[in-house]
Design a protein around this ligand. Structure first.
Ligand code: NI
Ligand code: MN
Length: 228
């Protein structure tokens, strides 16, 4: 039995009896997170880009659990310089990890660690196509809409599409519906909304819009689990 757990913002866990893959573990300082980093024991940490609301607690979680960080090369090298074990990858590349294959997709966004005007560039941001327990999960990362999502949908029979809908920094709900139409996942789950006032959205409304184009959506509350 495997499961997806939502932790708020863009953070999801994929778990089975052996592996715990956490994506974009922004928990400390995330007003919507239902767990503390110390509650989780990930084996692998996937990070889409260097922004604080995605890199989040990655370094602390990696150190506490000897977890392997999988990220775009520049971001992975940054984490390595802080003592973490990393597996650097880049856009279009895939690799078969013990839990399943991971492929990096493009994401139209920025990627840097920003501290008081000090900016450390961390390469291109990415999304992830993850094969796990016979399911295919697409986590889009932070991105605007792009037409190559159609290719991602054509080449991957997606079970789950995790799509940002917060607008301002990423796709808004309207573009999210267009993305979902191109991806044709069996289930579309919105993310990256309502964490901060500037990304306030009505996710139930997004799911209703999906229904109008014959797509199934699910609003996951932080802590909610989908088993598969
Ligand atoms: Ni970002
Ligand atoms: Mn973000």
């Amino acid at each position: 039995m495997a499961r997806i757990v939502y932790h708020g913002h863009s953070c999801f866990s994929l778990e089975d009896n052996t592996y715990h893959i956490i994506i974009d573990p922004f928990l400390s300082g995330n007003p919507t997170a239902e767990v503390e980093p110390s509650d989780l024991q990930p084996t692998h940490i996937l990070v889409t880009h260097g922004h604080g609301d995605h890199l989040g607690d990655t370094l602390e979680l990696a150190q506490a659990n000897k977890a392997l960080i999988i990220a775009p090369n520049e971001l992975a090298r940054y984490c390595q310089s802080k003592g973490a074990q990393v597996h650097p990858m880049h856009i279009g590349g895939s690799y078969a990890f013990p839990f399943g294959r991971v492929k990096l997709t493009q994401a139209w966004h920025g990627s840097a660690i920003i501290n008081d005007g000090n900016i450390i560039y961390t390469g291109c941001p990415c999304g992830f196509i993850i094969h796990f327990n016979s399911k295919i999960i697409y986590h889009a990362g932070d991105t605007g809409l792009f037409g190559d999502m159609r290719l991602i949908g054509e080449y991957n029979k997606l079970d789950y599409a995790l799509l940002p809908i917060g607008d301002n920094y990423v796709m808004g709900p309207e573009d999210g519906v267009r993305a979902a139409q191109m991806l044709q996942a069996k289930l579309t789950i919105p993310m990256h909304y309502n964490t901060f006032p500037v990304i306030a959205q009505d996710p139930e409304d997004f799911v209703s819009e999906l229904q109008k184009v014959s797509l199934k959506g699910l609003v996951m509350k932080p802590g909610q689990v989908v088993e598969f």
